[in-house]
Design a protein around this ligand. Structure first.
Ligand SMILES: [Zn+2]
Length: 404
């Protein structure tokens, strides 16, 4: 990682209407509601790649600093996030007949892929001298920003929907942030935090431009881990659609700086109980149609009105990929299978990509596929009874019951 001031981000531009915004203006989205992309001087980015010891450095989040809008790397807020393993699947891949890899994001510092985006967002908030931040969260983003805000010495408030899993709330509280439980949905929390930002001078965190820039490192790392080759498919769980959008942007940027010349197909998977992005694709509509209240075990992707939904749809369409839904039962079965046959513990939302792979297995036969597992299983308490647990008396004679 280089140090000192390196400014190579040029401007923000609306992904939908093309309107440009200067970088020194704080803008969360365009007036037309489109998401904002950060545009770089890619000739300059390429120069940094060629100059530095870039290719030999092991993959991790800040290796790709030239693709981030950060002015001074010495002030970055980081827990050495990223650098997550890309694991070859012997069991599920063989069963399906594809060359399968899991990008296991559960080992990030707070247990989910969100840490990549938080690192960039909190670094920017710190750069701008913000003393107070807030965000809406289904749990994972809240835990992640709380941790980074604590490190930066910034006050943090997290608005969560009332059905947020208690382990996720405990994690947010553990990092010293305030939790505000809203009697409503994730979409309601989002609306309230945007209101907080307008009314009080509190900086807004969430699936906005800086986070998307940080999430790109999932895509950078996958290609880097394949020695600058791309797979045929990348399968993503979709909530707000930010990860899908970010991965696609990372691939377009790698092509722009001539590190790759091919692009994979992007597959987005949602839960049946909250599928506004998939519904739009199936009905050939440009933008997602918001739903009233999500009902799914995959609570981390229960986003009723996805902020980056239009951009995720654009990514899927441009890449000639597809999007599908899976049921709660299929999600839980995949979660079990990941644990038992691959040794990977995923939270239900993280297992959604694998559920999609298994359900639509015919489409992946003979292909090179990456499934992104977005969060660790420890983030979510099991629901209901766990009949697998055997209980015995504290007596060695009881052992015969276990080893008959
Ligand atoms: Zn616009």
């Amino acid at each position: 990682m280089d140090s000192g001031s390196i400014v190579h981000a040029e401007k923000m531009q609306c992904s939908q209407c093309g309107k440009e915004y200067p970088l020194d203006k704080i803008a969360f989205r365009c007036r037309c509601e489109g998401s904002l992309d950060i545009i770089y001087d890619y000739k300059n980015v390429r120069k940094f790649i060629l100059m530095a010891d870039f290719i030999r450095e092991p993959p991790w989040h800040w290796k790709y600093w030239m693709f981030y809008p950060v002015d001074d790397l010495t002030k970055s807020i980081s827990f050495q996030e990223g650098g997550t393993p890309l694991l070859f699947s012997k069991s599920i891949g063989t069963e399906i007949g594809c060359e399968l890899y899991f990008k296991y994001e559960g080992i990030n510092p707070t247990g989910s892929f969100k840490d990549r985006g938080s690192s960039i967002e909190i670094t920017k908030a710190f750069e701008m001298g913000k003393s107070s931040v807030c965000c809406a969260s289904t749990g994972n983003m809240g835990a992640s920003v709380s941790s980074y805000a604590a490190k930066a010495g910034i006050d943090c408030k997290v608005f969560v929907p009332e059905n947020t899993p208690r382990l996720k709330i405990a994690q947010i509280l553990g990092y010293g942030a305030d939790v505000i439980k809203v009697k409503g949905t994730y979409a309601d929390c989002l609306r309230l935090t945007e209101e907080v930002n307008r009314r009080y001078d509190v900086y807004l965190l969430g699936d906005y431009p800086y986070r998307c820039e940080g999430q790109k490192s999932v895509g950078f790392e996958i290609v880097d881990q394949f020695y600058w080759n791309v797979p045929d498919y990348i399968i993503c769980p979709m909530g707000n659609g930010t990860l899908t959008r970010a991965i696609w942007k990372s691939l377009l940027e790698l092509r722009e700086v001539r590190l790759i010349d091919e692009l994979p197909k992007i597959v987005g998977v949602q839960s049946e109980g909250c599928s506004p992005i998939v519904d739009a694709l199936k009905n050939d509509i440009k933008k997602p149609i918001a739903i009233r209240k999500a009902k799914t075990i995959a609570d981390a992707i229960a986003c009723e009105d996805p902020i980056d939904g239009t951009e995720a749809l654009d990514a899927i369409r441009e890449s000639e990929g597809f999007a599908e839904v899976v049921s709660d039962e299929e999600i839980l079965n995949s979660q079990k299978l990941l644990g038992r046959s691959e040794g990977l513990f995923a939270e239900p939302s993280g297992a959604v990509s694998t559920a999609g792979l298994i359900k639509y297995r015919e489409r992946f036969k003979g292909k090179k596929v990456v499934c992104i597992i977005t969060g660790h299983g420890l983030k979510r308490a099991p629901i209901g009874e766990t009949p697998e647990i055997k209980t015995i008396k504290n007596n060695s004679n009881e052992l015969d019951k276990i080893y008959p």
